[in-house]
Design a protein around this ligand. Structure first.
Ligand code: HEM
Length: 367
């Protein structure tokens, strides 16, 4: 028996059997899929698909997955399924005496898990609320599956009440697919409402040790780990910090330290670290914080530039630092005096517009 855990690197088991069936069913599938493909056209789906799942045609992998689906639908009387709801999810066993169907089940589950995780939905997954929400919450539940001789044993687990409901609804939906066939996907369906029990905010703190930590940026921007709190850091977030706040010339600008906190939040304040892209755009009163030691010292009569250590650490952590060329010149600065790890941009305006167009969320840190 193999035990396979949910992972973003799921593989696709290649099976000769499946391939043979693929050929036989290809014509039927293409015909059946046409209606569904229309749903995947730009503007109709949820609009967040990447790569294989989007565009006009079907990729070979998509066709293969659709073929497996249709073949399972066609043979659904040969599939047995039991589902048990658990307090935090569901447990399902799906099996068949037919070895071809067993192979399909073993291919389908990891392939679909991968599609959910990689946000590469098959056409029917772009509109059914259960699949749409599963993709949105891919990081909020675990799917553990075990290959049995005759099929798959699957356990879903989640912490959030909405996500628990969601995985349970998915388990029920698969059972309805077996009972009612492909039509089930087009039946009107709304997700049940989840009534949130009164929030026990202490629970949010229960797994944290409530001590301040600096997971990435040492010394600056300490954070508390809150693994069970709401609004966990989301993988793939992008933030542009519009930094115009000034500070005392002989002390670290507090807004720069706040950016260190942002990095630490994403790297260690939540349940697990989340990948984040952060860019800072300095202008207005914050422009001159990026001057090198000589230029800054001359300008402010200080002993060095108190911002550089933190800015350097931010840069080492992958934060991009842009200074507005217009503000810099306007304030009598010289691009040659800007530290090497900051880039002079044409302007703060163009930086902010470009970065927001690239999907960065705008976070202002002004006075
Ligand atoms: C005869 C029809 C089908 C069968 C027998 C079947 C079987 C399964 C099984 C056994 C699982 C593992 C979870 C569980 O047991 O509840 C699963 C998961 C899944 N299936 Fe199907 N399925 C069918 C139809 C579909 C359809 C029509 C779609 C949508 C295009 C689909 C997409 C998925 C997705 C997205 C997952 C979840 C992966 C995850 O949560 O990471 N399935 N299916």
């Amino acid at each position: 028996m193999n035990t396979v855990r949910k992972s973003p690197f799921s593989f696709r088991p290649a099976s000769q059997t499946i391939r043979r069936i693929t050929h036989i069913l290809a014509a039927v599938v293409v015909a059946l899929a046409i209606g569904d493909v229309a749903v995947a056209q730009p503007g109709r789906g949820q609009g967040v698909g990447r790569g294989r799942g989007r565009g006009r045609g079907m990729s070979a992998e998509m066709r293969e997955d659709m073929t497996t689906l249709h073949a399972m639908f066609a043979a659904r009387e040969k599939i047995t399924r039991t589902v048990k709801m658990l307090p935090k999810g569901a447990e399902a066993t799906t099996e068949s005496d037919d070895t071809k169907i067993v192979a399909m089940l073993k291919e389908h589950v990891p392939a679909m898990e991968n599609r959910v995780h990689e946000n590469e939905p098959l056409p029917p997954m772009t509109f059914h609320p259960v699949f749409v929400e599963l993709i949105k919450h891919a990081d909020d539940y675990t799917l553990t599956y075990k290959e049995t001789k005759q099929g798959m044993e699957v356990t879903y687990e989640a912490d959030d009440p909405f996500v628990i409901m969601l995985v349970q609804e998915h388990a029920k939906l698969v059972s309805r697919f077996l009972k009612n066939g492909m039509d089930e996907i087009h039946k009107p369906y709304t997700l049940p409402k989840v009534v949130h029990a009164k929030k026990d905010n202490h629970a949010a703190f229960s797994n944290g040790n409530l001590e301040y930590i600096n997971p990435t940026i040492a010394k600056y921007g300490k954070v508390v780990k809150l693994p069970n709190a709401a609004q966990q850091p989301r993988n793939g977030s992008r933030i542009v910090v519009d930094l115009t706040q000034s500070g005392k010339p002989d002390a670290l600008n507090p807004a720069i330290e706040k950016v260190a906190r942002f990095v630490n939040i994403y790297q260690g304040a939540g349940k697990k670290p989340a990948k984040v892209d952060i860019a800072i755009v300095l202008h207005g009163d914050a422009t001159l914080t990026v001057l090198n030691v000589d230029a800054y010292t001359k300008r402010h009569e200080t002993k060095g530039n108190p911002n550089l250590d933190c800015l350097h650490k931010l840069h080492d952590a992958g934060v991009e630092i842009f200074v507005c060329g217009q503000s810099l010149i306007g304030k009598g600065g010289n691009p040659d005096d800007v530290v090497v790890f900051a880039d002079v941009a044409v302007s703060a305006l163009t930086s902010l517009v470009n970065l927001q167009a690239d999907g960065y969320a705008y976070v202002p840190l002004g006075k």
